[in-house]
Design a protein around this ligand. Structure first.
Ligand code: HAM
Length: 430
């Protein structure tokens, strides 16, 4: 029976993995300069976590979650995003004790039942960041600076950081009222989706991709026009901090986010090279989510970026190859040599030498061809004669030069000398 992968998911094959690992390594490097540490939380959680966390009225909760009942009768959801799980973990493990700013990041797959298209998948990877425990606008600016720093370290250009403020529970109701009144007059012109949103979450009308809706959205009252004094001052300070460190940004007054937990600063990073799915990253401030899950009042700021979209943009011209070719290819001729070679390969690997070998016991010619294909620097040849004499042949794949290695001596050290100048790591075990 032939089974194919599910629509909207993709395999990341060995030939692409270097790029993924390099980007992830860069994330570790840059984020650690800002004091962020990795956190790993489960891929599935209780469904209620996302319903409450992301919001019942969001598209994600309404239409996009992979939810099922497990064998114990519990409602489980494959995480559509990472923030809710991190907040759950924060509360569960009392990470607010002792009080300080917790700075974490995560890398992993997320799941959304969306209509697949270029740059949009049903399983996709995110790198997410959460700074938990400060409402200071310098934290908003610092996290966005770190993100832009990360992007420029990857060689990305022509990205646009768009920011907006969504206000707080004090000023948002007023904006919502004004917005609903303005939308009501134009409901007939708006798409079916926006008619639904008008009832559930009118803010999302500002964000509709439909052409008519988005031109109407430009005329609707903006959040930034209805901010209370504290939110307004806060937003101004975020802008000042970004400008202070020369991070270019642009005000997008109709930027709203697809998840309900945001307030005050919201942002997205877009690329003109991405087509319809142009958001490479999104995030913002969420000051009330920890309380929602019975933790102490903990203002937070974070973001997540889509790794597939990011990787499609990275030039990779600065990527130093992290692929390592074998130091040695073991060519074993005959049954006895195969047995001896199996043990020898293990000994050599224990001492940090990268050994590849042929398990099939093919002819000399075929094994040498495989050695060549593996890009090994040397072939170590073992036949019945070599086993009898205790002396193996080490052949350079580059120039064909041969040396004899005496197995009765300290052959690992002798081999290591031959393997220089390419460095071989020191023994880690054995
Ligand atoms: P989000 O905007 O839903 O935010 O997702 C962040 C990024 O994930 C998007 O900008 C996009 O690059 C990528 N992404 C989302 N859906 C897909 C998809 N179906 N296929 C491919 N890529 C996708 C969040 O997830 C929030 N949790 C971010 C956050 C963290 N806010 C605060 N902390």
């Amino acid at each position: 029976m032939k089974i194919k992968s599910i629509r909207g998911v993709k395999d990341i094959l060995p030939e692409e993995i270097d790029k993924w690992q390099w980007v992830e390594k860069k994330a570790h490097e840059i984020f650690s300069l800002y004091g962020f540490k990795e956190i790993r939380v489960p891929i599935f959680e209780n469904t209620k976590l996302f319903q409450r966390g992301i919001g019942d009225t969001s598209d994600i909760v309404q239409k996009e979650m992979y939810t099922f009942e497990d064998k114990g009768g519990e409602q489980i959801t494959l995480r559509p995003e990472g923030t809710a799980g991190v907040v759950r973990s924060y509360v569960e493990h009392k990470l607010y004790n002792p009080p300080s700013l917790l700075k974490v990041f995560y890398i992993g797959p997320m799941f959304r039942y969306e209509r697949p298209q270029a740059g949009r998948f049903r399983q996709f990877y995110q790198i997410g960041v959460e700074a938990m425990g400060s409402s200071n606008p310098s934290v908003d600016a610092e996290v966005m600076t770190m993100l832009m720093d990360f992007f420029s370290n990857l060689g990305l250009k022509d990205l646009c950081l768009e920011i907006n403020s969504l206000g707080c529970p004090d000023c948002r109701p007023q904006h919502r009222e004004v917005l609903k009144n303005a939308i009501r007059e134009q409901l007939d012109l708006l798409c079916g989706n926006c008619n639904e949103r008008y009832e559930r979450n009118p803010l999302r009308v500002l964000d509709c991709k439909n052409e008519t809706c988005s031109s109407i959205a430009k005329t609707l009252p903006k959040t930034a026009e209805h901010l209370c004094e504290i939110c307004s001052d806060n937003f101004q300070r975020v802008q000042n901090f970004l400008t202070d460190v020369s991070v270019p940004w642009r005000l997008n007054p109709i930027l709203v986010r697809g998840l309900d937990y945001y307030g005050r600063t919201a942002f997205e990073v877009k690329s003109s090279s991405l087509g319809a799915q142009d958001a490479i990253c999104g995030g913002g401030r969420y000051d009330h989510l920890v309380e929602e899950f019975e933790g102490p009042a903990t203002p937070c700021f974070g973001f997540a970026l889509g790794l597939e979209r990011l990787i499609s943009l990275v030039p990779f011209d600065q990527m130093e190859s992290i692929e390592r070719n074998p130091d040695l290819y073991l060519v074993c001729l005959g049954e006895m040599a195969q047995t001896r070679g199996f043990k020898l390969a293990s000994e050599l690997r224990q001492s940090g030498i990268f050994v590849d070998r042929d398990a099939e016991g093919a002819s000399m010619k075929s094994q040498m061809r495989k050695a060549d294909k593996s890009k090994a620097r040397f072939a170590l040849i073992l036949g019945e004669n070599e086993i009898q004499s205790g002396k193996f042949v080490l052949k350079s794949m580059a120039d064909g030069n041969q040396d004899e290695i005496d197995l009765s001596k300290d052959y690992i050290e002798i081999l290591k000398k031959h393997l220089k100048p390419q460095t071989v790591p020191e023994t880690t075990h054995g």
